[in-house]
Design a binder for this molecule. Sequence first.
Ligand code: HEM
Length: 439
Amino acid sequence: MSTATEARSEAAVGRLHDASLGESLKFVATGLLPSLARGLFKPRRGAMKRLTALDMDTRAIRALSEIRDKHGGDGARLLGGRLAVLWGAGAIREVLDNSATDYASDGGAKAKGMCHFQPDALTVSRGADWRDRRAFNESVLAYSERVHPLADRFLSVVEDEVARLRIGPVLEWDAFEGLWDHITLRVVFGDHARGDQELTGLLAKLMNQGQRLVGVGEPTDDYYELYGKIERYLADPQEGSLLSLVREAPQSDRTRVAHQVPHWMFAMRDTLGANAYRALAVIAADPSLCARVREELPEGGELLEGVLHEAMRLWPTTPLLARETTRDLELGGARLAEGTQVMMLNVFNHRRPEGIDDADRVVPERWMGDNPTEYRFNHLSNGTQDCPGGPLVLLLGRAVLARMLSEWSFKLVEPSLPAGGDQPTMLDFFAIRFEVEPR
Ligand code: HEM
């Protein structure tokens, strides 16, 4: 990097000040611990209900707003420098653009829990391993392509699964989750895997154990069974599935191909399912938005995509991004020793970004047309370790919503969301219920 560029990027990072012990503890209690309680990578139904009743994210926003108002700059060092929390676009950009090298995502509680079921996954890799696995993931997921090479087949899977869906007079989460279970198995493994709920069940069981962080250690029988099943599918990949693209993808001994697959499964089935369900609630709650979205049917267009982005932004399924410094570093004039935990609290940064209007409202236009990357909005993350499944998320999410809106009319029964107004800080997707009528 030239000196001029260095000076420019340093100037763009605001200062990091030291927060007091009281402020640090308040952040840990309202921002950090609830993220652990909610479920690090698979939200727990009971915990979501309790945390939503307590409106925990509002408490985190309040605590962090106080810290930011007092200290200013781009973030703060907490607990004597063991932790840093960032809210400024400059500092967040610096960290995310140097992710997997200077700032690694393989430390901390999330990585420890994930190692229980996917110890060699991309998201918990760094350095040369990360580069190798990233190239493999980007190739299969067609991260850099405008349209995934298997898009037509994936869209016909969505069409078939929505046609098979039996819903009405109500729609609840379990039915929607079942829809995504089938779509995921067919997209990742092929049509012959549609009924393999044992596979998704095994992964769900291991993920639940992983995020309880107890008994996490030696691989269990379930672990070997999960990878045995994935290896069998990999040995005989079905045409039109993601696995059929594995052979052509760049790979080496470092890649650990089978270990990349569970992330695709839960990110599509659980994460995308939850986000699409919330987007449906947003549309059903706002008749004028719904009418505009319907104008884009049967395919669904830019507006529908913008609504999906907004649902993801307003209620980020990754409430917090965590990184660990891999060496002694300087950020915003503050020294971060090797091993410092660097936190970006999405539930705060997405709702209180300084200088951005209407952050509590649904504004799909934020994502329409050519807008510069906003490093504080990280529902799909940004920088080197951003979500390589992003294009697939938009393709499948948009397709499911468009098909469902073509088939049925939805009335949001609970919880209530204000049409066009400030959205509640938390939206428990398990609790969303619709009344449904065929169109
Ligand atoms: C709405 C659905 C999704 C959301 C909101 C989402 C969000 C994210 C976020 C925030 C990250 C960064 C996490 C971190 O650094 O701590 C990430 C990484 C990742 N996502 Fe997604 N994701 C979604 C769906 C998918 C899908 C469908 C796939 C694959 C089929 C996928 C594959 C990945 C992978 C492999 C990474 C790790 C990237 C790396 O470490 O370089 N995601 N995703």
